[in-house]
Structure formats: C-alpha cells, structure tokens
Design a protein around this ligand. Structure first.
Ligand SMILES: Nc1ncnc2c1ncn2[C@@H]1O[C@H](COP(=O)(O)OP(=O)(O)OP(=O)(O)O)[C@@H](O)[C@H]1O
Ligand SMILES: [Mg+2]
Length: 248
C-alpha cells in the first residue's frame, strides 16, 4: 500500500483537494483501490466527492465515537472516502489531529488494517498554520507539496514539515508566464511536477468534479495522469527532512 499526503504548509487554496481527488479518480479508473482520508476543514474531499455524507464520520472514529467500518463511504467503484463532517473546523482538527494520543493510535490501527484492503491511501490535509500534525506523517511514503506560482505559497512550502517522507513538489496553477516559479521550485527541491492552470478547475464546485473532468485541457489531463502514476508506484527513495525536525 502506498500512502501520500497532500500538504501546502500554512498556505491554503493551492489545490491539494483538487489534485488529491482528481488523481484518486484517475487511479480508481485503473482499477486500483484508493482511499482518501479527509482531514480537512469543511469543503474538502468530502464535499468535492459527495453531496453530503450521513454521520458517523471518520473523525468520529478518531474521537472514539464510532467503528471505522461504519464511516467509510464507497464513492464509486475502487474509490473510497473517510469523510469529515461539513462543519469540521480547523480548531477541531487541531485538537483531534494535533497531540491526541488515543486518536493517533486509532489512526495507526486503521492504516494497518487498510493495507489489506486498498492499494493507495491519500491524506487530504487542510492548510495547517501549526506543525503538530507531524505524527500523522509516519506512514506516509510521499508528501505531495502543492505549491502555486506565488511567493507566499512558495515560502509556505519551504517551511512545510514532511517528516522522513519522499517530497514531491507540485507546481499547480502553472502558466508559462510564471516560468520563474518553475525554475525556483526546481532549484530548491531538485524536482518539480507541473500542473497547468486550467480554467475548468478554477470553476470547480462540489457538484462538478466528475463533470469537470470532461472539460479539462489535454495538457492538464496528461499532467494529472502522470502525477497519479508517480503516486501509485513504489519509487523515490525516502529523503531526510531538509530542515529542522518538529519541536514539541
Ligand atoms: N490547476 C488549477 N487551475 C485552476 N484552478 C485550480 C487548479 N487547481 C485548483 N484550482 C482551484 O483552486 C481553488 C482551491 O483549490 P483546493 O480547494 O483544491 O485547494 P486546497 O489546497 O485543498 O485548499 P484548502 O487549503 O482550503 O484545503 C479551487 O477553486 C480550485 O478549483
Ligand atoms: Mg483542501
């Protein structure tokens, strides 16, 4: 089982949920079993992939209030979702995901069980203005750092904690006029995956993710397929953190 986390540090709205859901859909079409764990605030993978989910939610399982089996949703064939409630706030995320030992134990147990069920797990993180999510990264093979071509997003990426996972920097919403950022990201991380700015994605709302796919530019489609491919196959050695580890 491969585990990837979609991160952007403190900068929100870079496209984590968009890339997470679109590449998950792509892999499910290739008959890989994919599970997205929505760790985000309201409006993340759960709202993009469903029109709403009845409780209990995955966050209830983490809080010890539900069995995990009652919380997982089959979105479509080969695509599963561990949902959060629509009003899940960053404050709640911080309490539940921050330094809650019991929740962490449940999270680890859940991932151990998932290894028998799915091929790929994606963690859709919110933008975290704090670093205490670090322990959630221990099972993560690849941290997908979703960066936009702007200084704030780039600075946030440089300060994003990625543990000992392999770091895959993705420059999302790219336009050739922003080639400076492509070079800057590549120089800093020795790697860059480019996903173009796509007008269809800029209109993305929850009702339209499956619909929107049909309108994607061919370059976007190709770039998403390549990203999905990278995340599904083993490869890329783990790297040491390129900055100081978490201070608790
Ligand atoms: N390649 C793209 N081209 C154009 N628009 C995009 C692209 N990728 C994402 N978007 C748009 O950017 C906005 C933010 O995307 P998204 O919600 O996926 O970001 P996020 O990083 O998950 O945000 P948050 O930090 O709030 O969880 C959305 O309106 C989305 O449709
Ligand atoms: Mg999101």
């Amino acid at each position: 089982m491969r585990v990837a986390a979609f991160l952007s540090g403190s900068k929100g709205g870079t496209g984590k949920t968009t890339l997470c859901t679109l590449t998950a859909i792509e892999l499910s079409r290739r008959s890989l079993d994919v599970l997205i764990i929505d760790l985000g605030e309201s409006g993340n993978a759960t709202s993009l992939l469903t029109r709403g989910v009845e409780p209990p939610y995955f966050t209830d399982y983490l809080a010890g209030k539900a069995q995990w089996g009652d919380t997982i949703v089959e979105v479509r064939e080969h695509l599963y979702l561990a949902p959060t409630p629509p009003d899940f706030s960053l404050a709640e995320a911080k309490v539940l995901l921050g330094s809650n030992a019991a929740a962490l134990e449940r999270y680890s147990e859940f991932l151990a069980v998932m290894a028998d069920y799915v091929d790929v797990v994606y963690l859709d993180f919110p933008a975290f203005p704090f670093k205490s999510y670090g322990h959630l990264l221990s099972p993560v093979d690849t941290s997908v750092l979703v960066i936009n071509p702007d200084p704030l997003s780039f600075a946030a990426a440089l300060h994003t904690y990625t543990g000992s996972s392999y770091v895959l920097p993705v420059l999302n919403k790219y336009h050739p006029a922003a080639s400076y950022w492509r070079d800057t990201v590549e120089d800093s991380f020795n790697n860059v995956v480019i996903i173009p700015f796509d007008v269809t994605l800029s209109f993305l709302v929850k009702e339209s993710i499956f619909e929107a796919e049909r309108y994607l530019e061919s370059d976007t489609r190709k770039a998403l397929a390549e990203l999905a491919e990278k995340l599904a196959r083993p490869g890329g050695k783990r790297v040491q953190p390129y900055k100081a580890p978490l201070q608790h």
